[in-house]
Design a protein around this ligand. Structure first.
Ligand SMILES: [Zn+2]
Length: 392
């Protein structure tokens, strides 16, 4: 049993509790939250810290298996060039290895992240995950623009999903990579497999080139396919939102990842059709690849829930969710910290289907506890130099 206290406890279930105390059992499960409303202060056996205590963070989009590409992809070149560079590294035989993945997971843990939605194109990351205390939701991404390969691509994804089930105790969910990288045949095959899938996660509006390819057969992604000699005539030819609507169940738990170039019309179309959508923002990756931030105030005002992710070390210098919070607060000073904290915790937990145990500090949950220090109490937000540290 341990007791933690700080200047404020942000439970995410009400107003921050001044000088509150959180008591957890030996497994990290919250057993009591003491508010001191009667003026009697209980500090016996309590570890008091300067700063604030918040729930553990949830990373709603990562690719730990790409950790070996840290520093190997040229920044600020746009998505089409990024995809090309990743493809070249793969063709050169550069593969994920356990050491870089283990180191990445160690950093993720030290930066206060307790759960990650992790994209897997291979089973390279599974051994490192077995040794970690982080909760991983594994998503096997399928992509392939050539129709004749659709069946083999889906079969391979099913094999990786089974390996995950055998090695990690839960299957990896099969999910589409993006609207521009699957043939219609692969979409159709996948669409059947997605009917009972709890999560669909897809890269979306990460670049203007996506819609230019699907709508007009033009732009950087189109140029890549021509240069690579890939037959793309069978790829769906429609607007990105219409492609989603054609193949995904209306009520699926839909994680749209990036939304860097999402406009109001697209957002309305998504909101009008899909009933359980999360907009996953990965600001450090967007700045690395496209030098652009999503229109966070517009996305936030829509009422569609937002969660935070990092993408991989191939496109982001950091896998820290706290760094994503800081980037959003720096670029959009009118957005409140308490709101972004919800995106980083409870909405991320909901996006991953883990809200029963993570995201808020409540009795019976095991959310992890993070200390943010120092903290700007007059503006109720972190300083640019604030640090996060897990307490458990
Ligand atoms: Zn990604």
């Amino acid at each position: 049993m341990r007791r933690f206290s700080a200047n404020y406890i942000f439970t995410n279930t009400g107003k921050p509790i001044r000088n509150g105390v959180v008591e957890v059992d030996d497994n990290g499960v919250v057993v009591d939250i003491i508010e001191h409303i009667d003026g009697v202060k209980e500090y016996a056996h309590t570890e008091f810290r300067n700063g604030i205590i918040v729930p553990g963070f949830v990373n709603a989009h990562c690719h730990t298996e790409l950790s070996h590409l840290k520093g190997k992809v040229e920044p600020k070149t746009g998505l089409a060039s990024f995809v090309n560079q990743i493809r070249n590294h793969r063709l050169d035989g550069l593969r994920g290895e356990e050491l870089s993945i283990s180191r990445a997971i160690e950093q993720i843990t030290q930066q206060g992240t307790v759960a990650v939605a992790d994209i897997c194109n291979t089973s390279d990351s599974f051994s490192a995950k077995q040794k970690s205390g982080v909760k991983f939701i594994n998503l096997v991404e399928v992509l392939g623009i050539e129709s004749e390969k659709a069946d083999s691509i889906l079969e391979r994804a099913k094999v990786i999903s089974e390996v995950s089930a055998n090695q990690l105790g839960m299957p990896a969910y099969i999910t589409p990579h993006s609207v521009y990288s699957l043939s219609a045949k692969l979409w159709e095959r996948l669409s059947g497999a997605l009917k009972n899938c709890p999560i669909v996660s897809i890269h979306f509006a990460e670049s203007l080139d996506e819609a230019r390819f699907t709508n007009e057969r033009a732009g950087g992604i189109y140029d890549n396919y021509v240069e690579w000699g890939l037959p793309f005539s069978d790829a769906p030819s429609a607007s990105p939102v219409n492609i989603l609507k054609s193949y995904l169940p209306k009520d699926c738990r839909l994680l749209l990842v990036h939304n860097t170039f999402m406009d109001e019309l697209q957002l309305c179309e998504v909101k009008d059709y899909f009933t359980n959508t999360y907009l996953v923002l990965c600001p450090s990756s967007n700045l690395y690849i496209e030098q652009t931030m999503p229109n966070v105030p517009m996305l936030s005002a829509s009422g569609v829930k937002i969660a935070l992710g990092t993408d991989s070390f191939a496109s982001s210098p950091t896998l820290s969710i706290f760094d994503q919070i800081q980037l959003i607060l720096t670029h959009f000073p009118l957005i409140e910290f308490t709101q972004v904290l919800q995106w980083a915790t409870i909405y991320g937990a909901q996006a991953l289907g883990l809200e029963h145990s993570l995201g808020t500090i409540e009795n019976g949950k095991k959310p992890g506890l993070n200390l943010i220090s120092p903290f700007n109490f007059s503006e109720m937000k972190p300083y640019p130099h604030s640090k996060v540290k897990p307490l458990l």
